[in-house]
Design a binder for this molecule. Structure first.
Ligand SMILES: Cc1cc2nc3c(=O)[nH]c(=O)nc-3n(C[C@H](O)[C@H](O)[C@H](O)COP(=O)(O)OP(=O)(O)OC[C@H]3O[C@@H](n4cnc5c(N)ncnc54)[C@H](O)[C@@H]3O)c2cc1C
Length: 470
């Protein structure tokens, strides 16, 4: 059976990105919206998250524009102590569930089709029946699946695993009923970090943990991502350090030295040069914990976990006695070529601010709601690449500086940024008053270095591109 539907916008994906996009359309237009998703509940990958997952950024600027996620609390205990609360996976799911039930559907303008898969040509099908839906889309198709987030519970590892291996995805850690002599955490990204922290918090001896880290990563200090006034000196202060480092650095290595010395970026082992940057954000207390693990296995990626040997890209080692392997090799970042955000009736939501997918979705929806001309829309939405290598920090920052400059030149857009809760930082800087001398000095440092930083960052970008070509 085929059912015909009418809608202005057809959104594929009811993850954070699809919902943040729909939310702005609901607020700023009178359009009708149809949202289709394979999952049975709104929230995308958060449906499959591990039980101890939390956001890695403060809740205060995650979710959708019109609904606060944070309860305004500061963490009083734990490794995030003193910093803005981080919603747990359950809280994120409940937030998106409430949003759909109490706001989107009662508006009468949203139709939501869970357990359905979009196919092509404005057609989707039920995963549980023969029903297909053909949608007459009056305005645009919105692809909110571009990021292709993968999580341990639904991801298939790229290496072979012997049947004899005691192997679990990260999600199963809390199901362990007894201890092991050896814990092998596979993956140096944020999920690997979460696994190691969880083991340490649950009294596992750090010497029993081996951490397979194909590449070391630069990490963002969470202290610098707090969008509240009490953290002005660290958050905006870090932006000043960053701008000065960009303005003054004589080479790319010198730049990273300055960023580390100034507290903008951190790494687990100060003797190893990171080659990865995925935007993972952690607290200083978490970093202290992670440094307790001394068995870091740097032999590249695992190729095979055999009965007795573990084979890596660059060597092998015997499987230690009573080892449990914990897979954290799924990557939240699926690298794909970028496409124009606005193109012939389709909007492909990508990042227009570094590692801020929900802010980006909201801004793109606002641009869709406010402008008709596709060239103009794309000019306001230059895509920022998803970070992977260490030097991608520079490419992302360069793109971000460019977009920020373009947005502040556009009438009305700065005001939109100030008012939007997902932006986080523009309001913080804008609310400084004449009498706040120290804060004004910090802002002065940013402004004073901006021009030199912009010139120098272009030099580094050219160097990165020429190295990639040679
Ligand atoms: C553990 C973890 C913590 C994170 N913490 C943060 C954080 O603190 N801050 C931050 O900004 N980001 C964070 N991220 C990044 C995160 O990926 C984004 O915040 C955001 O949740 C991504 O949402 P999305 O909608 O792009 O993707 P998804 O959540 O993957 O949603 C995409 C949806 O599209 C659906 N879909 C795909 N194809 C189809 C199809 N053909 N038909 C129908 N439906 C389809 C999928 O079922 C899915 O529900 C985190 C990621 C992870 C894994």
């Amino acid at each position: 059976m085929t059912i015909q539907l009418e809608t202005d916008y057809l959104i594929i994906g009811a993850g954070a990105v699809g919902l943040a996009f729909a939310d702005v359309l609901l607020t700023e237009t009178d359009a009708t919206i149809t949202i289709v998703d394979k999952h049975h509940k709104p929230g995308g990958h958060w449906n499959d998250a591990y039980p101890f997952v939390t956001l890695h950024q403060p809740s205060a600027f995650y979710g959708v524009s019109s609904k606060e996620l944070s309860k305004g609390r500061t963490a009083k205990i734990g490794l995030n102590k003193g910093l803005g609360e981080l919603a747990t996976g359950d809280e994120v799911m409940s937030y998106f569930g409430d949003l759909m039930r109490d706001h989107f559907l009662p508006s009468g303008r949203v139709q939501y089709f869970p357990m359905c898969e979009y196919q092509a040509d404005h057609q989707f099908r039920s995963l549980l029946s023969d029903t297909t839906y053909q949608v007459n889309v009056a305005k645009k198709l919105v692809d909110a699946t571009y990021f292709g987030t993968s999580v341990p519970s639904t991801h298939t590892p790229s290496y072979k695993i012997a049947e004899s291996a005691n192997f679990i995805p990260l999600n199963d850690l809390p199901k362990l009923e007894h201890g092991h002599q050896n814990y092998f955490v596979i993956g140096g990204g944020k999920t690997g970090i979460d696994a190691v922290v969880w083991l340490l918090e649950n009294a596992v001896d750090p010497d029993k943990i081996s951490w397979v880290m194909p590449r070391d990563a630069w990490l963002i200090n969470r202290k610098n991502t707090q969008p509240s006034d009490e953290f002005f000196h660290t958050t905006i202060g870090a932006q000043a350090v960053q701008m000065e480092a960009l303005a003054q650095a004589e080479s790319i290595d010198d730049l990273f030295d300055r960023l580390e010395t100034g507290g903008v970026l951190m790494r687990i082992d100060e003797s190893v040069k990171p080659q990865m940057f995925h935007g993972a954000t952690i607290s200083e207390l978490e970093l202290e914990e992670l440094r307790k693990v001394k068995n870091i296995v740097r032999m590249g990626r695992i190729k095979e976990i055999g009965d007795t040997e573990i084979e890596f890209e660059q060597g092998s080692m015997p499987v230690p006695t009573d080892t449990i392997f914990i897979d954290c090799s799924a990557t939240a970042v699926t690298l794909k070529p970028h496409v124009p955000v606005f193109h012939q009736g389709t909007i492909t939501v990508q990042t227009v601010r570094s590692f801020q997918p929900v802010f980006s979705a909201a801004l793109i929806a606002h641009i869709e709601a406010s402008y008709d001309d596709e060239t103009k829309q794309n000019a306001l939405c230059t895509v920022i690449p998803l970070p992977n290598h260490d030097t991608d920090w520079i490419l992302c920052t360069a793109g971000q500086m460019f977009n920020q400059f373009v947005w502040t030149q556009e009438p009305g857009l700065k005001e939109w940024l100030i008012d939007n809760r997902l932006d986080g930082f523009t309001a913080l800087m804008n609310n400084v008053d004449e009498s706040e001398v120290e804060k004004r000095q910090i802002i002065g440092r940013i402004r004073g270095s901006a021009e030199a930083a912009m010139a120098n960052v272009q030099r580094f970008v050219a160097e990165i591109h020429s190295q990639a070509e040679s």
